[in-house]
Design a protein around this ligand. Structure first.
Ligand code: ASP
Length: 438
């Protein structure tokens, strides 16, 4: 029998009804022996996530505002779950301990982690699995960086002793000081990936509240098709351009170990979801995996006669951005011209400074600035191998009356990047989506 690592996100563990669904999922999948859980998330619009409530307690405690009432809300959430499911775990002493630590100036990371800790304690009992704390197993250095190899050894050694285990997501501890350290928000995805790698899982199932990734943002395209499978590389392209489904650090451990991720929906377990896998594992001739986009971008174009003969011109251009701490996305070039495409938020109040530095260091003939550009990534492993793929994109935009301001086939050869004026952003995505799917 194979082994699966399953991670359940905040909405999947939000209350007793959701936990009932988890038990059904696990009963149907006996290979699901290692389970990583988030802290209870929102049950309905306007509800609070336990992690947010804990952080609010910390902020109140730091400002000497009494926290007992707010902390009671947290206790009530866990007590309601216990009662609903008839679980017999003594959480009272845990609450006391956490409250005491809160009043004694505990760290932000410690308090942020307690939602997952309590959640895992409860769920382990409910499923009849061992509870394995990730403190001392998921290890960080003094600067808060994950110690990937040490973590892998510690986790595999410990989990080899447990046939079935529930682990809290989101946190581990500093190898030297032993203090609790959390990942950034949404970090239980990373814990799940580390556990999957440590137990040599056949698959990492990431259970959430959507049936996988969609080919386009449903706020832009009506009822977009689901993505059945996608490579890690394609996912990276789509995520970079704004499609979000997983914490970005969750990919590295499983990708390195060749373990696919399956995004599944706790509320619709019959849906196959999306499989994210290494390149070439599935047919990789599909034209379109997905479309994503971001805005606004600013494009600064620099013109200089004989630029192509001037050695070091690009380096000096980029040095200006580096010196001012600005990251750029693309640098399309012509013979005597070069443009830098920068997310407008990167420039904030630095645009004038950038232009002055360009003038002084590059002595250009002309500089022009276009703001309010939207960038769209059309991603598909088969795009570059298919005659007429780019024509399909450009004719869809022509038919929709949309002007393309920039066009670039990515060097990774799995995407085509387009720049359009911001007002054309959504119509452009719809036109391209329709051209590939209808
Ligand atoms: N509970 C944490 C958060 O709300 C971590 C997670 O759910 O992955 O960000």
């Amino acid at each position: 029998m194979g082994v699966k690592a399953l991670k359940f996100g905040g909405s999947s563990v939000a209350d007793g009804i959701q936990l009932g669904k988890i038990r059904d999922i696990i009963e149907a999948e006996p290979e699901g022996r290692y389970v990583v859980v988030s802290a209870p998330g929102k049950r309905f619009d306007g509800d609070s996530k336990i992690t947010d409530l804990l952080l609010m307690c910390k902020a109140q405690a730091d400002s000497n505002i009494p926290i007992e009432q707010l902390f009671q809300v947290i206790e009530d959430r866990y007590n309601a779950i216990s009662m609903q499911l008839g679980i017999d775990v003594d959480l009272e002493s845990e609450y006391k301990e956490i409250l005491k630590n809160l009043n004694n100036g505990c760290s932000r990371d410690y308090i942020a982690s307690r939602g997952e800790y309590l959640s895992a304690r409860l769920i382990a009992e409910y499923l009849g699995y061992d509870f394995v704390d990730t403190c001392g197993l998921i290890l960080f250095d003094n600067k808060g960086r994950l110690l990937s190899e040490e973590t892998n050894s510690a986790l595999s050694e410990e989990l080899a002793k447990h046939d079935h285990a529930v682990l809290p997501g989101f946190y581990g501890s500093c190898k030297d000081s032993g203090e609790i350290k959390v990942f950034s928000r949404g970090g239980s995805d990373v814990s799940g990936a580390l556990v999957a790698r440590a137990v040599g899982a056949d698959i990492y199932e990431n259970w959430t509240d959507v049936s996988g990734l969609l080919m386009a943002d449903p706020r832009v395209v009506k009822d977009p098709l689901p993505i059945g499978y996608i490579s890690y590389l394609e996912l990276r392209e789509l995520s970079y351009m704004g499609a979000s489904v997983l914490h970005e650090d969750a990919v590295f451990p499983v990708r390195q170990a060749g373990i696919p991720i399956n995004i599944r929906n706790t509320n619709a377990p019959e849906d196959p979801g999306t499989i994210i896998t290494t390149e070439g594992t599935y047919r990789d001739d599909r034209l379109l995996s997905g479309i994503a986009g971001k805005q606004p971008f600013t494009v600064i174009s620099i013109y200089k006669n004989m630029m192509n003969k001037e050695v070091g011109f690009v380096r000096r251009t980029l040095a200006v951005l580096e010196d001012l701490g600005i990251s750029f996305d693309h640098i399309p070039t012509g013979i005597d011209s070069l443009s830098v495409v920068i997310e407008s938020s990167e420039l904030e109040d630095k645009l004038d400074e950038v232009l002055t530095e360009f003038e002084q260091r590059l002595h250009p003939d002309e500089i022009s600035v276009v703001s309010d550009i939207a960038m769209i990534a059309v991603v598909g492993a088969g795009l570059s191998k298919t005659i007429g793929a780019a024509a399909k994109i450009t004719s869809a935009l022509r038919d929709a009356g949309i002007n393309i301001r920039m066009l670039n086939q990515g060097i990774s050869e799995i995407n085509v990047i387009l720049g359009v004026d911001s007002p054309d952003f959504e119509p452009a995505i719809r036109a391209i989506y329709d051209a590939f799917t209808k």
